[in-house]
Design a protein around this ligand. Structure first.
Ligand code: NI
Length: 177
């Protein structure tokens, strides 16, 4: 096990389109998953995509802590390989996001409120589920990393971009889109 270095915005690995994972059970992939889990735990985030640890592969892990908006029980640490997202409605929501590759900053970003997630889980079984709210936001953020997209590229209003401490001290009301 190892805590991996996290790429920061500006590194080209974060702008590349990642390649599909052919064999989720390959030893190299199992080790990568374990190291990503340890790295996420150490960094204290809610999601981590493989390109953020310099592996340009279509894989991310995420969890939703219990009590987060819209969830009572949270979502345990989950791996998703080769995700495919489909919006389930036109509804977009503004919400705050940070990124381990953009330390210290956060922004309010529009995301689809309801999505369908398809892909493969860590056990190689198919995932096909409908997701809303904060979990849907994380999944969209992490899937973007696999396509070379970072959250600032999704922003519509740069007033909602700032350092964590300042945006918490001076909270801005989020306007509807
Ligand atoms: Ni991120």
């Amino acid at each position: 096990m190892a805590i991996l270095k996290i790429a920061r915005m500006g590194h080209p690995v974060l702008l590349a389109k990642a390649l599909p994972v052919e064999d989720v059970a390959a030893p190299d992939i199992r080790f990568l998953l374990r190291d990503m889990a340890e790295t996420l735990d150490d960094a204290g985030g809610v999601g981590l995509a493989a390109p953020q640890v310099f592996r340009s592969l279509r894989l991310f892990i995420y969890h939703v802590p219990a009590g987060r908006a819209g969830t009572d029980t949270g979502v345990p640490l989950t791996a998703v390989f080769n995700p495919v997202l489909t919006p389930l409605s036109e509804d977009m929501e503004m919400g705050w996001e940070g990124c381990l590759s953009i330390p210290g900053l956060r922004a309010a970003v529009p995301r689809h409120a309801h999505i369908r997630l398809r892909g493969l889980g860590a056990d190689g079984k198919e995932i096909d589920k409908q997701v809303s709210g904060f979990e849907a936001r994380i999944i969209q953020h992490e899937t973007d990393h696999l396509d070379g997209l970072m959250y600032p590229m999704r922003m519509k209003d740069f007033r909602y971009f700032g350092f964590n401490e300042e945006t918490e001290r001076f909270p801005l009301e989020l306007e509807a889109l």
